[in-house]
Design a protein around this ligand. Structure first.
Ligand SMILES: NC(=O)c1ccc[n+]([C@@H]2O[C@H](COP(=O)([O-])OP(=O)(O)OC[C@H]3O[C@@H](n4cnc5c(N)ncnc54)[C@H](OP(=O)(O)O)[C@@H]3O)[C@@H](O)[C@H]2O)c1
Length: 233
């Protein structure tokens, strides 16, 4: 596991689980939050918290300098335009993150938390500030960044979902749910794997028996994924 992983949105529901999953794997984890004092109370001791907002490019430069990896897990507002719009967070905010990640002497890994349906603009979710269009535009910024990236597209979050196995897929053709806990484990494993560099994939819970839960052959699962090729995503 690379050292110093910065999680933007690390005080959120997925973010907190990811911070725990990374720390259990021995990573030094830091978080970027718009409200660092409140976020600090919600995280384990030893996790550094920086004040920052993805819509403010300058606020990211210091926290990301010299990091080994950055995870973008920020949620967006749903306004049609302005600072609470998907454009501001999921496109411009992702672009600001990529720019800040590039400023260091060593290129960090960048992992973007996206979602399923980004290539399906007819989905009702897109009525909220063209959320899906801007998320896809953010994905493209990451894929074109020249940085070692991974794009993870979780299914719909349902933390009460039956705790089945984890299924990875590509091509954004499936629908399904994923527990945030399983999503966090997948992201932590993906960050530790060279096989996920330059890869976009979806993640779901499978309706598998509970006995299968927690036992995953990550090298085989990641090894079965295809690297992104233009123009196929
Ligand atoms: N809901 C779903 O079904 C679903 C499915 C797939 C993917 N996703 C995506 O997965 C990610 C995590 O979801 P979640 O439900 O766990 O999120 P969440 O609990 O709402 O937490 C998201 C975090 O984003 C941070 N944030 C918001 N705006 C920010 C900004 N401008 N700059 C920096 N940080 C900002 C907030 O942190 P602070 O308040 O501390 O700044 C918040 O804690 C989101 O991108 C979400 O859209 C959701």
């Amino acid at each position: 596991m690379m050292n110093r992983v910065v999680v933007i949105g690390g005080g959120g529901r997925l973010g907190r689980l990811l911070v725990g999953a990374l720390a259990r794997r021995g990573a030094q984890v830091e978080v970027v939050s718009r409200q660092p004092a409140a976020t600090r109370h919600r995280l384990p001791r030893g996790v550094g918290v920086h004040g920052g907002d993805v819509r403010d490019a300058r606020s990211l430069t210091g926290p990301l300098a010299g990091c080994g990896a950055v995870v973008f897990a920020a949620e967006t507002g749903f306004a049609d335009d302005g600072p609470d719009s998907p454009r501001a967070t999921l496109y411009e905010g992702v672009a600001n993150t990529v720019d800040a990640a590039r400023t260091g002497s060593k290129a960090p890994r960048v992992l973007l938390v996206s979602q399923i349906c980004v290539t399906r603009p007819e989905h009702p979710t897109n009525a909220y500030g063209r959320l899906l269009d801007w998320r896809l535009a953010g994905e493209e910024v990451v894929r074109d960044s020249g940085l070692p990236y991974t794009v993870v597209r979780p299914g719909w979050f349902d933390d009460a979902a039956r705790h089945g196995g984890i299924r990875l897929d590509q091509g954004d053709a499936m629908n399904g749910f994923i527990r945030r806990e399983d999503c966090a484990e997948t992201i932590a494993e993906a960050l530790a794997s060279p096989a996920t560099v330059g890869v976009t994939f979806e993640v779901f819970n499978e309706p598998a028996p509970a006995a299968a839960a927690g036992v995953h052959d990550w090298p085989a699962m990641f090894g079965a994924l295809d690297a992104d090729l233009d123009p196929v995503r």
